[in-house]
Write a protein that binds this ligand. Sequence first.
Ligand code: ZN
Length: 67
Amino acid sequence: MAKFCKNCGTLMSDDEKVCPYCGASKHGSKVPTTSVERSGAIKGRLVAFCIAAAVVALGLVYFLLMR
Ligand SMILES: [Zn+2]
């Protein structure tokens, strides 16, 4: 029975021990660099969200004060 790579979603046949695309093993052990990149991406997204929230808050304050 074919399975999908838990790391990247590539279709893997049963006799393949590691993903042919990203090299992750079938049992879900991740390539270290990939997990680091992923947590970094999440952190970057969080920072972007905080900046967006700050800009919206500042815009709201500006709008209320300038009325
Ligand atoms: Zn993979």
